[in-house]
Design a protein around this ligand. Structure first.
Ligand code: AMP
Ligand code: MG
Length: 491
């Protein structure tokens, strides 16, 4: 048996296309070894879909890979260079505490980045220690898996290991490394970096690479770089609409945290909104509310304008014409976002067809929610199941009137009420990873070394549209003392 175990192939199947790009895009690096790695959580289902063998990954060689103590065969580790606008200020950044092991080619021939986050210092670390604490890495694990289960494009989390070393933050904290899986780590900030410090040829190389990897259809377009920009804008409009529809607040929508693939990336001080309020901010460092819930669509457009700026030399030889093309592309974001959002809201209210007054109906509901500080998720859940007694505004005249309009509106579609309810059922999650539940799980893990609270939470959020009785306990709101909730940057 033991002999057998030793020869199980973990299934790593690396290719390294990023490492074949110009050397200025990255620096080759070895992860810094850690004292005594211990596996905290492994995503078995994700591992299987990547063609990896979970049993082998749990073995000491597998865990050594997740800790950066062992380079798997075929990997060519590197830290990626990128820049970014952080809260509006342009800076040179790069992977300061992460490295790309390589790209795993999965059994269905998909190419995904395998990245270690918290793997030690790199050329881009600036003053940082290159390390990550256990709490924030488990937080990324929980939230990214919840986003995936909610049907929202996102990077995934394969594993978290502790390093056996303490890291110094405000206090000493257990160090950890997260293994992240992404369609790629090409960011708006990657384009900003090359546009600022590279040549136009290098910029073209990066754009061609991104097209080949994420937007192969753009290759046939008359102006492939314009097509790239337009397609990125489309994916971001769809993505941000999905965030808004579930009440997700990213927290640090800097341009280095926006992926060209259209996946949600870099979970730091993110959180889900409880009471509906567009001004909701959780991040302790976002003092001006730049990345508040209601600002996310316009910030996304602002970030995309930075991408367009970086792409200008490729859009047209004539600068004025390039600017015109870029501006036209960026201005499409507003309508694209609005139509995704409206379609999503219609589904949340059980509406199949479209009527011009739908937007007003939706806005009236949101106004009521804001006025009564109604819980965003639970309001839609209560409407889905006609549990009016659970609504914050139950019994008010405005709700009675709104409800009448809504019922009449549902009557004006071909689909029967049962189908309408089914649509609501599958569009309104029963639960989201509520902040107090996430904190409870992280507390148990970091302070007591107990992982069962987290495992139960991850299990509960893995099927958010089930509306099963076992999930009920996760739908309850935090005690008032847990509000206002604050999140801290993922350091
Ligand atoms: P983040 O807030 O995680 O998106 O990180 C922003 C930038 O700071 C990225 O370039 C990170 O690589 C870098 N960074 C964050 N934490 C550390 C750290 N502990 N050591 C070195 N670089 C870091
Ligand atoms: Mg980042």
């Amino acid at each position: 048996m033991t002999e057998n175990k030793a020869i199980i192939d973990p299934g790593w199947n690396f290719d390294n296309s990023y490492a074949r790009l110009p050397e200025t895009f990255f620096s080759r690096i070895e992860p810094t070894h850690v004292r005594s790695p211990k596996l905290i959580v492994l995503n078995d289902r994700l591992a299987a879909s990547l063609g990896l063998n979970a049993e082998a990954l749990r073995g000491s060689d597998g865990v050594a890979v997740f800790a950066g103590n062992r380079i798997p065969e075929g990997a060519a580790p590197l830290a990626q260079a990128y820049a970014g606008h952080q809260f509006g200020h342009f800076t040179m950044l790069g992977d300061g505490r992460a490295l790309l092991l390589g790209e795993q080619i999965t059994p269905d021939h998909t190419r995904v980045d395998i990245q270690l986050k918290g793997s030690g210092r790199t050329r881009y670390s600036r003053g940082g220690d290159g390390r990550a604490a256990l709490g924030p890495m488990l937080r990324e694990y929980i939230i990214s898996e919840a986003m995936h289960a909610l049907g929202i494009p996102t990077t995934r989390s394969l594993a978290v290991v502790t390093t056996g070393e303490e890291i110094i933050r405000e206090t000493e904290l257990p160090g950890a490394v997260l293994t992240r899986v992404a369609a790629s780590h090409v960011r708006v900030g990657t384009f900003q970096y090359v546009a600022n410090w590279g040549t136009v040829e290098e910029l073209r190389t990066l754009a061609d690479y991104t097209i080949q990897r994420h937007y192969p259809d753009a290759e046939a377009a008359e102006n492939r770089y314009l097509a790239l920009l337009q397609e990125v804008i489309k994916r971001q409009a769809a993505l941000i609409a999905k965030w808004q529809l579930v009440g997700f607040i990213h927290g640090v929508m800097n341009t280095d945290n926006m992926a060209l693939s259209g996946e949600t990336i870099d979970y730091g001080p993110c959180a889900f909104m409880d009471a509906y309020d567009p001004a909701t901010v959780f991040s302790s460092i976002d003092v001006h509310g730049r990345y508040a819930y209601g600002n996310q669509p316009s910030i996304a457009a602002w970030n995309l304008a930075r991408l367009a700026e970086a792409l200008l030399p490729l859009l047209h030889d004539d600068e004025d014409q390039a600017i015109q093309l870029a501006e036209d592309a960026i201005s499409s974001f507003v309508d694209l976002f609005a139509s995704h959002w409206l379609a999503g809201m219609r589904a949340k209210l059980g509406l199949f067809n479209e009527e011009p007054e739908d937007e007003a109906l939706i806005k009236d509901l949101l106004v009521m929610m804001q006025k009564h500080r109604a819980d965003y998720t639970n309001t839609f859940r209560a409407l889905t199941f006609d549990k009016h007694e659970e609504l914050a505004f139950n019994g008010t005249t405005e709700f009675v009137q709104w409800h009448e309009l809504w019922q009449a509106r549902r009557g004006r579609q071909r689909e029967p009420q049962a189908s309408s309810q089914q649509l609501m059922h599958s569009s309104n999650p029963a639960l989201i990873p509520r902040n107090h539940r996430v904190e409870e799980a992280l507390d148990a893990a970091v302070k007591q070394g107990g992982y069962s609270v987290m495992e139960r939470l991850v299990q509960a959020i893995s099927n958010p549209y089930a509306h099963s009785p076992e999930q009920a306990e996760y739908c309850t709101l935090p005690e008032p003392s847990n509000r206002p909730y604050r999140t801290f940057c993922g350091t």
